[in-house]
Write a protein that binds this ligand. Structure first.
Ligand code: GDP
Ligand code: MG
Length: 162
């Protein structure tokens, strides 16, 4: 069976946009309103001839309650079931407390993690991506899911850990 890759991160960092970028089609729902992807949604993906299952998840607010708690639980289940995790951070915002909490959870999971520093739309934002070395997850891959910048490199990095 194809390896499973979970895409996790806070709401609105661009997880679904990134999933669509990888799929090459607009299938995952992108919304300006946080928390639209409520459940785990799996897609068949492929990069340079290598197939994998890509699982988009809802936003991950760690101290969540109600529906947001259910969404966070789905993200945790996605990590448990995954062979590798793509952790998406909004590089223009930087690492928040919620991001740090996700990092701790990912460490506990023991799963290989590829750090996606998203919303690096141009050269000027590259420094924002570099600041994410501080998360201690290795290289932050500067990506613009919106425009496609850097997406090939991060997928090459993903294949290395699968
Ligand atoms: P999700 O909640 O993490 O799945 O985030 P979405 O994919 O729904 O995107 C949330 C918002 O961020 C939308 O308005 C996207 O258009 C925007 N967005 C996503 N990726 C990028 C990016 O690379 N650059 C910019 N500037 N905006 C982005
Ligand atoms: Mg989404």
């Amino acid at each position: 069976p194809a390896p499973v890759v979970a895409v996790v991160g806070r709401p609105n960092v661009g997880k679904s946009t990134f999933v669509n970028r990888i799929l090459g089609r607009r299938e995952a729902v992108v919304e300006d309103v946080p928390g639209v992807t409520r459940d785990r949604v799996a897609y068949d993906a492929e990069w340079t001839g290598h197939r994998f299952t890509l699982v988009d998840t809802g936003g991950w607010a760690v101290d969540a309650t109600g529906i947001h708690l259910r969404v966070a639980e789905q993200a945790e289940i996605a990590v448990e079931l995954a062979d590798a995790v793509m952790f998406v951070v909004d590089a223009t915002v930087g690492a928040t407390d919620d991001d740090e909490a996700v990092v701790r959870l990912l460490r506990r999971s023991g799963k290989p993690v590829v750090l996606v520093a998203n919303k690096v739309d141009d050269q000027r934002t590259e420094a924002d991506a570099a600041a994410l070395w501080n998360l201690g997850l290795g290289q932050p891959w500067a990506v613009s899911a919106l425009h496609g910048r850097g997406s090939g490199d991060v997928l090459d990095a993903l294949l290395e850990v699968l």
